[in-house]
Unconditional design. Sequence first.
Length: 503
Amino acid sequence: MCGMPSAESTQASVHEREPVRPTKEDEVAAAGSELIGGPLGRRALLGSSWWTPVRVIALVAIGMFALGLVQKAPCYNGAWFFGASSQYTHACYSDIPHLYQGRGFADGLVPYFDRLPGDMQYLEYPVLTGVFMEVASWLTPGSGTIQDQEQWYWMVNAGMLMVCASVIAVCVSRTHARRPWDGLLVALAPAVALTATINWDLLAVALTAAAMLMWSRGRSLAFGVLLGLATAAKLYPFLLLGPLMVLCWRAGRWREFGTALGGAIVAWVVVNGPVMLFAFEGWSKFYTFSQERGVDFGSFWLIMAQNSDDPLSTDTVNTLATLLMLVCCAAVAALALTAPRRPRFAQLAFLIVAAFILTNKVYSPQYVLWLVPLAALARPKWRDFLIWQACEVMYFLGIWLYLAYTTSGDAHKGLPTDGYHWAIGLHLLGTLYLCVMVVRDIFMPDRDPVRRSGDDDPSGGVLDGADDVFVLGPAARPRQPVTAQFDGTSVEWGRPGATGGSL
């Protein structure tokens, strides 16, 4: 069960059950609220009608997803099928229609078991994503031209992915019980609308968001099962187990971590085991493809390669990228064990996934979806979130214009290589900026939008308000509590042995 703050641990605890109003604490949210009548009043009857925050956010997420579908209309009506560069000049590219035939779904081939014609011998996606793709193919009418079928396949996938987008928005809204409106960060994120139907990443993101919600409710087994399923759909979710292990180490919650780890392993094996057993070569294609894939779009490795007369080999890049990621993991672990107050789970989850994105040899534009719900939980500040989103939107436009340039022949319509490098740099700087803000919040809890409102770790489940049992560095020494004033509310943190909601 989550620890509850005592009256002695924080003076803000008397307001604990009161929902946090972002228009009161966030200048950008207050300014934006003028479009719908201004900030929420003190006497507003929250939750007294059908229009609860979660329902409003779910509908907003569906509306933004629909706008993203409209943005793909030029491709749906022809650019996917006619002209090499038109799908890039319209910035509406999607893998989904192209892989319907390219990965054997149009011919009824069974993923992982049936060999594909061409260079890609087997489906290069994790098993649960392959199941998602196969189910969509079952729902796609087999009549009409191949173009008709590919259009239907994209629409069926879009409908299934819209459900995933709604699940993500709802889970984020409910993870921080007192901050449901933070889900609007996810629902209104422009990068989500633009990239949601490029690929199938939303499946893994939805499962990860649901796992975070379960952990916040103290349901460690459900968290582990959902995270194992998410890892069976995409590789990155397993990274969350690292920060969770270190946080549970600091709090002495090994039993809960063991339950979560066991649930994740069992869920992953249940999904992958049958395919591993009966079609190992097809199952392993995702992992061998990831290893053999060269430096690709969106990474700083690409900038280095395109500006070098003797670019690094793929094996060398794999080794260096792995070493960089291990350094980042060590840094996150050190941060978790030495910070003046145990970091929030969402903060470290965001940092570790961001580190993977920054050090990886490829950054596809839809990878931003991995970070959006984690960013909304780690740093629910509209200004910083929108700065980061602006950088990601610019990168989204940059990669398609660069591909338009490289596929338009002598016409060179689009963004040349140097311009694309600037777009990559903007993406890297935007992500680093948000990382810096999160790290600052960890070292200075008075700057953390979640903790300054009187909470400890609402996404932490059993970690919320728990005592520390293992701490390194100056944080291990007894010290006087530090107090900060926010809108007349006094919030304390740093008291030795503090429990509950103290910060």
